[in-house]
Design a binder for this molecule. Sequence first.
Ligand code: MN
Length: 129
Amino acid sequence: MVARILCVEDNPQNMRLVRKILMSAGYEVLEAMDGKSGIELVERERPNLVLMDVNLPDIDGLEATTRLKAQQSVAHIPIVALTANAMHGDRERCIEAGCNGYVPKPITKNELLNTVAHFLATPILPNSS
Ligand code: MN
């Protein structure tokens, strides 16, 4: 079965790049351009993985992640943060918010595909907190 990946990203150029990379690897791609519609799509479509931009126009990607991870029905879906903030401590903020992984921008094809493949192959255990 082909894995379905939701990309939550408000920048059309970044979205196009991610879509192109994922489709070239044979994945099915779902798209949302803000945090709230991203959450709705996860609830409705139950994708196999979510790529979550951190800077979004409504609620940010970390808040969206925290809300999703609080829902038992979707908490097992891996969420990988995409962030332009390569600042020290950024990875920690993403993990604290509940993200399972992290890909810094600018996105490279190899890093994105390696990270996606890793999380699709690794079951996500419920958070004990
Ligand atoms: Mn953004």
